[in-house]
Design a protein around this ligand. Structure first.
Ligand code: SF4
Length: 235
């Protein structure tokens, strides 16, 4: 996509979603970090339900480490990938206490050093909590940006680099939220609502009838239902 066309698309997104913001509920950097770890392959709505219970008594690294792995799994089972997520949250909490004085670190490399914190999670925390310019490429950002033609990439890492090249740095963090909101409301994974989309005139997918990158279709969210409560903790 040419830079001018990209700017038109970004302006339409900005006008359409002036209030775009994170859907996850959090009050501290630590709560945000845990919520983003839990959001992998899970809806934000599900994460918010789980953290409403979890954070009632376990919203600091110290309080989280009062839980055993099995107890934490009981809280977060319905988010999916619960064993690895519980292990990552406990390990990250330990490192935050022992290496970073109990505070979620602001430096990107330090964030990335925490268990369960990949490029996307570190970008979200950097952008949302520490107010740094960053583009986190989640499933919606990946799909929408590659359909639109803002990127032509097969991986989130390549998509992030291409978006950074075409989007002015001051808009990186806002563009992340615009693309997520558009993906949730209009540019759905299975049936994008191109007929009513304000971006149709600027969109490669709408013009060509197919995504610019095969990987622009992505896996569905985790839809596992929780089994019977584990150890009385699954609320
Ligand atoms: S025109 Fe269709 S594919 Fe393009 S951004 Fe809009 S909904 Fe998505």
């Amino acid at each position: 996509m040419e830079r001018e066309q990209a700017q038109r698309a970004l302006q339409i997104l900005a006008n359409t979603y002036p209030d775009a913001r994170p859907a996850l509920h959090y009050r501290t950097a630590y709560e945000l970090l845990v919520a983003v770890i839990l959001s992998a392959q899970c809806t934000d709505e599900r994460v918010n339900k789980v953290t409403a219970e979890l954070f009632r008594e376990h919203n600091t690294p110290q309080a989280m480490l009062a839980l055993t792995q099995e107890q934490l799994e009981g809280y977060i089972f319905s988010c999916g990938l619960y064993r690895s997520k519980a292990a990552h949250i406990l390990s990250a909490s330990r490192d935050i206490l022992e290496k970073f004085g109990g505070q979620v670190p602001a430096a990107f490399a330090d964030l990335r050093s925490l268990a369960g914190v990949g490029q996307k999670t570190a970008n979200v925390v950097s952008s949302v909590w520490f107010d740094k310019d960053a583009i986190a490429v989640d499933t919606h950002v990946f799909r929408v940006s590659n359909r639109l033609g803002l990127a032509h990439a097969r991986t989130p890492a390549a998509t992030e680099e291409q978006l950074k090249a075409v989007i002015p740095q001051a808009d990186w963090s806002k563009a992340h939220h615009w693309l997520i909101w558009h993906g949730r409301r209009v540019c759905h994974a299975q049936k994008p609502a191109c007929g009513g989309c304000p971006l149709a005139a600027e969109c490669d997918f709408a013009r060509q009838g197919e995504p610019t990158a095969p990987a622009a279709r992505q896996p569905a969210k985790n839809t596992k239902t929780a089994p019977a409560a584990r150890n009385g903790q699954n609320k």
